[in-house]
Design a protein around this ligand. Structure first.
Ligand code: CA
Length: 236
């Protein structure tokens, strides 16, 4: 039975088997679902029904899925999770750069899908409460960041970060659980002119990991998505 205040998820996908899989996977959970099979239909439904989250296929019959991201991002931060095929690496990064929150590569499982939805909807709830994630404290496992005092602790011991490392960490905390592209992190930490300096980003990230990760070679907090970017493990 559908709960009237359950989050409304708009699925934008033209492949019937994937739509069926999504409906079957999410139907039993506490969500309401709407399905659009074309870009035009999606745009109409977004404006008419104001979904809480969009699951968006990039390859639509009448338009490129990124056009829908551009449309939504003009007025809203509602979470968008992109579905992409394995050979659409570049499209996926482009979608993240243009404001998608996350992506799932086809084929994906129910567990992965549910986890991504939970992270995205939790962000939405926090944003609605007016918290931008940069107030108070962040904890994940043995890592504790006091955002007021700008102090970082690992297993209760204070670790000293450079200003850049601290900025990197707080940008990831603000977007904990989300996939952040190299370009996004460079823009947030260094500013708009630095999006080609991926090497610089890697160096600072390696230094940050050495300070906060128990085993830098097998990171637990800052996870790498090869060729795409980084994700800070969400506190769960
Ligand atoms: Ca498609």
């Amino acid at each position: 039975m559908e709960m009237p205040d359950a989050p409304l998820i708009l699925v934008v996908e033209d492949e019937r088997p994937i739509v069926r899989f999504l409906v079957a996977s999410l139907g039993g959970q506490n969500y309401r679902l709407a399905v659009a099979e074309s870009g035009a239909q999606a745009l109409a439904m977004i404006d008419a029904r104001l979904p809480d989250l969009i699951i968006l296929d990039l390859g639509l019959p009448d338009m490129d899925g990124v056009e829908i991201i551009d449309h939504v991002r003009q007025w809203s931060r509602l979470p968008i999770i992109v579905l992409s095929a394995r050979d659409q690496e570049k499209d996926k990064i482009d979608a993240l750069d243009r404001g998608a929150d996350d992506y799932l590569a086809k084929p994906f499982g129910v567990g992965e899908l549910s986890a991504r939805l939970r992270v995205a909807l939790r962000h939405l709830a926090r944003a609605a409460e007016g918290e931008d994630g940069c107030a108070g404290e962040f904890t994940s496992g043995d890592l504790r960041v006091d955002l007021q005092q700008r102090r970082v602790y690992v297993r209760g011991e204070e670790v000293h970060l450079t200003p850049i490392e601290y900025r990197l960490l707080t940008v990831m905390i603000t977007h904990a659980g989300k996939m952040l592209t190299h370009r996004f992190l460079l823009r947030e930490v260094w500013g708009p002119g630095y999006f080609e300096e991926v090497h610089q980003l890697r160096v600072h990230m390696a230094n940050l990991r050495r300070k906060i990760e128990p085993e830098p070679a097998r990171p637990r907090y800052v996870l790498t998505e090869q060729g795409v970017g980084y994700r800070l493990a969400a506190e769960d």
